[in-house]
Design a protein around this ligand. Structure first.
Ligand SMILES: N[C@@H](CCC(=O)N[C@@H](CS)C(=O)NCC(=O)O)C(=O)O
Length: 204
């Protein structure tokens, strides 16, 4: 398998899941502005949507869309228990989280990183995100991870998105459970490995 990624982007989520699952994989960085991969390939021929993450499978198939990719990876390593088995009620609840994160949090961040977004609109976006963070903060009351005491693919995704708060100048200190959650996930050895591999943490 090969994961196409851009440092710190939403592709960090499947990158974390690959490491937590203990699977072997290759990484290839993508320049999202030039749509070129590190080895010089035209990224638009790999994913015509021009977006990371992309998981290239060994049989030549290509999977896109982060919430789908993390489910595929976790299903390849059931012993790692990163996702409840398909068909169970718990799996649907996990998918509820993935869908919430992708539609209500991930895409809400996007205008904050675009240079042409008017400042007044950025403030509205931040207010909307604050409402989502209130919900996440309440959901994490008395639990270590989104679904309880077990780290799942939803946490890999949620952590990746919350990591952007810093770059969007949003202080997570306003949401104590969220702040503690980010620190908890960041301390996981496989998460640290992924972040180091993407150049987001200095090597120890
Ligand atoms: N719907 C896609 C969105 C992926 C996405 O937004 N990727 C961003 C990085 S976080 C990207 O590649 N942006 C470059 C672009 O859209 O040109 C998913 O959930 O995987």
């Amino acid at each position: 398998m090969k994961l196409y990624f851009s440092p710190g982007a939403c592709s960090l989520s499947p990158h974390i899941v690959l490491r937590e699952a203990g699977l072997s994989f290759d990484l290839e960085q993508v320049d999202l502005t030039k749509k070129k991969t590190k080895s010089g390939a035209d990224f638009l021929r790999i994913n015509p949507k021009g977006q990371v993450p992309v998981l290239a499978l060994d049989d030549g198939d290509i999977l896109t869309e982060g919430p789908v990719i993390v489910q595929y990876i976790a299903d390849q390593a059931p012993a790692a228990k990163l996702i409840p088995p398909a068909g169970t009620r718990e799996r649907y609840h996990l998918q509820e989280w993935l869908n919430f994160l992708t539609s209500e949090v991930h895409k809400s961040f996007a205008p904050l990183f675009k240079p042409n977004t008017p400042d007044a609109y950025k403030e509205i976006v931040k207010e909307n995100l604050a409402g989502r963070f209130d919900f996440l903060n309440e959901s994490l009351e008395g639990r270590s991870y989104l679904t309880g005491e077990t780290f799942t693919v939803a946490d890999a995704y949620c952590f990746t998105l919350l990591n952007w708060a810093h770059f969007a100048k949003i202080d997570l200190g306003r949401w104590p459970n969220l702040k503690a959650y980010v620190e908890r996930v960041a301390a996981r050895p496989k998460v640290r490995e992924a972040m180091k591999a993407e150049g987001l943490l200095k090597a120890a």
